[in-house]
Design a protein around this ligand. Structure first.
Ligand SMILES: Nc1ncnc2c1ncn2[C@@H]1O[C@H](COP(=O)(O)OP(=O)(O)OP(=O)(O)O)[C@@H](O)[C@H]1O
Length: 252
């Protein structure tokens, strides 16, 4: 039985009178790649924001690798091993791609100047190569394409050697060729021991990448199953389309 790396218990969140998360409990085991799915507005990003400390919940608890992180700020949660990327990564204007990656190392490994940075050059070069960014390493990070920014944001958070990587729509706006490469990359990252929770609408991507999916609808968990089982699940079909759907034709 694999150990649990992430669990949430009865997470609740409302914005004014709008209840966005209504008691969400889920868990992720070490080594898994789990897809977090749901129609637009179902609360996926809000849940990710709560897990990573960017938004306070109204109730419930979050546990990361045995630590109660409920209410902790993002940097404290990151130090415990949970890092995340954003749907629309923004990049600094005055830093090159390489400089962004060099600044991404974890505190205990040291951000402290040229000498220590020199020791990380090999790893930066490896990440640039792995994430197809070597050619653009001297360009301003803000000048990258949308897809390249997503790759850079994943590479950057990996510098802190996370235990759990949470991705918010990594393929949105990304060319299909790069999408396939992203599946390979994330599988490589996972094989190196990083558990992954990924919010995504692209069902093909989910099918190729994830071993398991959890589905949110109107703030409640309605499914926890293998990706191939999604089209068989009437609650999921109903949530996405509001009607029955031909087998294999479910799209998010
Ligand atoms: N800061 C906020 N203030 C008010 N309402 C918010 C806020 N953040 C999110 N919401 C609302 O909460 C609901 C869920 O939003 P959320 O972004 O979590 O959904 P999502 O499942 O990630 O959607 P999508 O797939 O479209 O990105 C939406 O109705 C949204 O308008």
């Amino acid at each position: 039985m694999l150990e649990t790396i992430l669990s949430t218990e009865s997470i609740r969140k409302s914005f004014g009178a709008h209840c966005v998360l209504d008691g969400v409990s889920l868990s992720v085991r070490k080594g898994e790649i789990v897809g977090l799915l749901g129609p637009n507005g179902s609360g996926k990003s809000t849940l990710l924001n709560i897990l990573s400390g960017f938004t306070p919940s109204d109730g419930g608890a979050v546990n990361v690798d045995g630590h109660d992180v409920t209410g902790l700020p993002p940097h404290a949660i990151a130090r415990l091993g949970l890092v995340r990327t954003f749907q629309l990564p923004s990049m600094p204007h005055r830093m090159t791609v390489r400089e962004v990656l060099q600044a991404g190392c974890r505190r205990e490994a040291g951000l402290g100047g040229a000498l220590r940075r020199w020791r990380y050059d090999a790893e930066v070069a490896r990440l640039l190569d792995q994430f197809l960014l070597t050619r653009v390493q001297d360009q301003p990070a803000s000048a990258l394409s949308g897809g390249q920014k997503k790759l850079l944001s994943i590479a950057t958070v990996l510098r802190s050697r996370p235990k759990l990587l949470c991705l918010d729509e990594p393929t949105a706006g990304v060319h299909p060729n790069l999408r396939s490469r992203m599946v390979e990359l994330l599988k490589e990252v996972n094989a190196q021991g990083v558990t992954i929770l990924v919010v995504e609408h692209d069902m093909e991507f989910i099918r190729e990448l994830c071993g398991r999916c959890v589905v949110l609808d109107r703030g409640a968990l309605i499914a926890d199953c293998a990706p191939r089982e999604l089209v068989e699940n009437p609650r999921v079909v109903e949530a996405y389309l509001g009607k029955a759907v031909e087998k294999g034709k479910l799209t998010a």
